[in-house]
Design a protein around this ligand. Structure first.
Ligand SMILES: [Zn+2]
Length: 297
């Protein structure tokens, strides 16, 4: 990563992009999505921060570099301190950099399982002071941030964050709007992704901000759910028919979802990821009827 010209940083109307010096550099941007709610972009990563009269809530720190740049911006632009840092889940690429905000007045929050996983795996960031198992609400001024766990889907202890008065929802990694899920779905649980995304669509919100890709709406999340359900069903059905991964990768096409970014590049990898999960987590290939079907082929 190459250093940016921090002197250039200034908040312009709603969106600020700091152009990198060359194409290899990480691009940073801050964009006001709703009044006082800002999306922070660091390359392909996105986080969120919310400025309230009681202080700033930072949702994901991303990395030491990204967090350092963000803190400088927050200090320069706002006259309230950071009060809470919340981790969306356990993975390092969304939760590193916590030390940048580690001051006595700042409370770090995550799901129980995220904290446990980060602790046991020796994650090099600040662990949560405050954890929860199912849901938790934070009230700042007269507004509420609702955190909720939806079960396993990606990493450990991944939660949704809903700023209720703004109808704005933040979810990282297991929902992406306008783009295919990440390559071979390493670290994901496809059935958990489907269940959790259904859960999200049962909640009341209008604006979706993800940890990657575009800002979206309910239609974008419904389209994403349609894709992961169709992908899962196509791979499952093929495996139950005794088809090999290579055959499934050659045969499966989901043209209804070809508008998703990286559809051509990642479809075979997505199929491979679902195949691996159904084999490893569900033991589908060990089921007696499937073994018998493969032997009689
Ligand atoms: Zn991610």
């Amino acid at each position: 990563m190459v250093r940016l010209l921090t002197g250039l940083l200034a908040l312009m109307s709603s969106c600020l992009v700091i152009a990198p010096v060359n194409a290899q550099e990480t691009e940073y941007a801050i964009e006001e999505v709703r009044p006082d709610i800002y999306r922070y972009t660091a390359g392909s990563y996105r986080s969120l921060f919310w400025v309230t009269e009681d202080g700033i809530v930072v949702m994901d720190t991303l990395s030491t570099e990204a967090a350092t740049r963000l803190k400088a911006e927050l200090d320069a632009r706002f006259d309230v301190p950071v009060r809470y840092v919340i981790y969306s889940h356990s993975h390092y690429d969304h939760s590193y950099g916590g030390e940048v905000f580690d001051e006595p007045c700042v409370t770090f929050i995550s799901h129980d399982l995220a904290r446990q996983s980060m602790e046991i795996s020796g994650a090099q960031t600040v662990l949560a002071d405050l954890t929860f198992a199912d849901e938790m609400s934070l009230t700042l001024g007269d507004e509420t941030l609702h955190l909720q766990y939806h079960g396993q889907n990606n990493g450990a202890g991944s939660v949704s964050m809903l700023i209720e008065e703004a109808d704005l929802l933040y979810v990282v990694d297991w929902i992406v709007v306008g783009r295919m899920p990440w390559t071979n779905l390493e670290g994901y649980d496809i059935e958990g992704m489907i269940r959790s995304t259904c859960d999200i669509l049962a909640m009341d919100w209008d604006v979706f901000v993800g940890g990657h890709a575009s800002i979206g709406d309910r239609e974008g999340v419904e389209h994403y759910l349609g894709y992961i359900e169709a992908l899962h069903a196509a791979v499952r059905d093929g495996m139950l028919e005794g088809k090999s991964l290579e055959t499934l990768q050659a045969e499966i096409e989901l043209p209804e979802y070809s508008d998703l970014l990286n559809y051509d590049a990642w479809l075979a990898d997505n199929i491979g990821g679902v195949y691996r999960m159904l084999a490893d987590q569900n033991y589908i290939l060990k089921r007696p009827e499937v073994v018998e079907g493969m032997q009689s082929e």
